[in-house]
Design a protein around this ligand. Sequence first.
Ligand code: MN3
Length: 201
Amino acid sequence: MEQTSYQLPELPYDFNALEPVISAEIMELHYTKHHKTYVTNLNSALEKYHQAETKNDVSQMITLQAAIKFNGGGHINHSIFWTILTPLSKAKEKPDGDLAKMIDRDFGSFDQFKEKLTNAAVGVQGSGWGWLGYNKGQKRLEIAACANQDPLSAQGLVPLLGIDVWEHAYYLQYKSARADYVKNIWKIFNWQQVENRLSSN
Ligand code: MN3
């Protein structure tokens, strides 16, 4: 049986569209090298997993789980990340509608939410992500940090908005100033997409 393989999704804008917040050089490398490698390695790990399954080789299946988690998480996270960013000229400063109301209810205010997510993202030790997630059971918004490429779903939350704080996401432009990168990325969030992700859950 032919396996379905994952594909690099289309980038919804040009590599230079997020300048000056994120340089074209970073975007091109991030998308065509990093994200593409997660997709390639995910497909390879899944193919090996499929073979191990056919042979009932459970120890091999367990060995492959780390690669599936890392590369599958990388693919999931970046596929979301591209869509929740938008060129500066189109970006709104804040969300409105139901998302804005939930942010006020669950964090007190937009500014308190912004501070909490900023701190979570800047505070990730090593590589990882800061997220705004939706807790479906409690119908609440939550802030979370994830190490490496661990997907937010592993914490029981629906991912709404993620900030990639791997060095590959900012180092060429911001050097070691992760806090400056995180401060600037708030200018280019696509709040309509975040709201769509919330309303579809
Ligand atoms: Mn990345």
